[in-house]
Design a protein around this ligand. Structure first.
Ligand code: PEP
Ligand code: MN
Length: 338
């Protein structure tokens, strides 16, 4: 249930709504908007609650029920676009934020070469996996803590914020100490213990879409992060399983405008994991920017043939540089910049 306060409602009046919710055994979350405050009444079964209980309170403008399963991620709760800020970079603003780097951190040399190259081409966040979610337990699992150290070194050397994935709630703390953005991979979109731990940590987080999950399930998973008070949530479309087998995953391009309508959260696109092949990455990346994506997450490797993970879908630094020039034109044509 959403309680919209009148413009200029006093803090005492807002508090009155919160107190009433708590006295009835519900939780509440505030969206202190620029024009008015919205209080979400959450938990328990608000379906049995009459809207009048809140409508009669002083300072209340309107009370409505959110019929969708996701609440805090919904535009009903927050009308204005959310912008996630890190190191002066805004994700969800006019700039299309490009995050690029290797699938996995492999060696110091590999990471530094890529970090330098992607920075020179205009990427503003470095990606690199230290903990890799591999389908087989016998595949390279990532360098773990050593990988995190290398990412921190690359960040310091090239003044590039870093994004890296966390797989285990017990690693959230160490990952957030080394990285600027925590990535929740597709396979963990509905790992609720992990989401709760990251929600409590409050670091900026990229929540990748589960490849078999609907947009509704994805936004409802985002509520786990938001419910813990972490408002720095960025969504990432990375392709879904369909009957189509000419591509690794089908990028659901329509999820971008669908999310923009349903939610206030920024949404970026990972064309690499959808494509599965480097030759398909540029077209998908450009389509994503044209469709309104707030950023891109792209795999780049200095020598894709030698990559330990996802070499086939990784761009070389020179391919990435060329793509960035093309992306600038697409961004400009939709009133954005890179
Ligand atoms: C990745 O970004 O390296 C990754 C494993 O992606 P996804 O979770 O989308 O498969
Ligand atoms: Mn990968």
């Amino acid at each position: 249930m959403i309680v919209e306060m009148k413009a200029g409602a006093s803090s005492g009046e807002i508090d009155g709504v919160v107190q009433r919710a708590e006295s009835l055994g519900f939780q509440s979350q505030l969206n202190l908007g620029t024009e008015k405050t919205v209080v979400a009444i959450l938990g328990g079964n608000t379906g049995f609650l009459s809207t009048d209980i809140f409508a009669v309170l002083p300072g209340v403008e309107r009370v409505t029920r959110i019929m969708k399963p996701y609440k805090l991620a919904s535009r009903d709760f927050k009308m204005e676009d959310s912008v996630v800020c890190l190191n002066g970079i805004e994700i969800g603003g006019k700039r299309v934020v490009v995050m690029a780097g290797p699938c996995a951190v492999e060696t110091e040399e590999q990471l530094m070469v890529v970090a330098k190259a992607v920075k020179e081409s205009g990427a503003c966040v470095l990606r690199g996996g230290a903990f890799k979610p591999r389908t087989s337990p016998f595949s390279f699992q990532g360098l773990g803590g050593i990988g995190l150290e290398l990412l921190a070194q690359a960040k310091a050397r090239y003044n590039l914020p870093v994004i890296t994935e966390v797989l285990d709630p017990r690693d959230v703390n160490i990952v957030s100490q080394h990285a600027d953005i925590i990535q929740v991979g597709s396979r963990n979109m509905q790992n609720f213990a992990l989401l709760t731990a990251i929600g409590k940590d409050k670091s900026p987080v990229v929540l990748k879409r589960g490849f078999s999950c609907t947009v509704t399930e994805w936004l409802t998973a985002a509520d786990y992060l938001l419910a813990e008070g972490n408002s720095h949530v960025i969504l990432c479309e990375r392709g879904i399983r369909t009957f189509e087998d000419s591509i690794r995953f089908s990028l659901d391009i329509s999820s971008i405008p669908v999310i923009k309508k349903a939610s206030h959260l920024p949404v970026i696109v990972d064309p690499s994991h959808a494509a599965g092949h480097y030759s398909l990455v540029p077209a998908i990346a450009k389509a994503a920017v044209a469709a309104g994506a707030d950023g891109l997450l792209i795999e780049v490797h200095p020598n894709p043939k030698e990559a330990l993970v996802d070499g086939l879908q990784s761009l070389t630094p020179s391919d990435f540089a060329r793509l960035m020039e093309e992306l600038k034109l697409v961004a400009k044509s939709v009133g954005r910049y890179i």
